[in-house]
Design a protein around this ligand. Sequence first.
Ligand code: IDP
Ligand code: MG
Length: 144
Amino acid sequence: MAKERTLGIIKPDAVGRNLSGEILKRIEASGLRISALKLIRLSHEQAERFYEIHKARPFYGSLCAYMSSGPITVVLLEGDDAISRWRELMGATDPLKASPGTIRKDLGVDVEKNAVHGSDAPATAAAEIPFFFSAVEIHDADFK
Ligand code: IDP
Ligand code: MG
């Protein structure tokens, strides 16, 4: 098992419904460590940059408007196989197709307002983490 870092976002729909604590509780209960955390609001232009990979998709404009519509809670998660473990906790993109017990199944509104984001691969995590966090904001998850 490889020790990994991944980026998590609690999206505006979930922050707006007071679900940050519930989602952070699930993350901690899973054993993943939170090594950076903040509440911020993206501008529309910043959301466009973050989701640039989806530029050609029909939902891109709506997604960027939604992701800049209110504050988001951003976390850096660390642990063995953190990338796939966080994706498993999140569940499938569409809450209707997500497995029981996953965050998206339990807390997502629809395929767009699906409560959370997670990096999908090591290269994605390596690009997404510095988009939000600088070195001084990242803490040693194994601090004693
Ligand atoms: P992921 O978040 O599960 O990795 P992606 O395909 O990377 O899913 O899509 C990024 C985000 O775009 C999704 O989390 C969701 O908010 C939104 N999205 C994905 N597919 C659709 C769609 O078909 N309609 C509207 N929004 C979508
Ligand atoms: Mg994705």
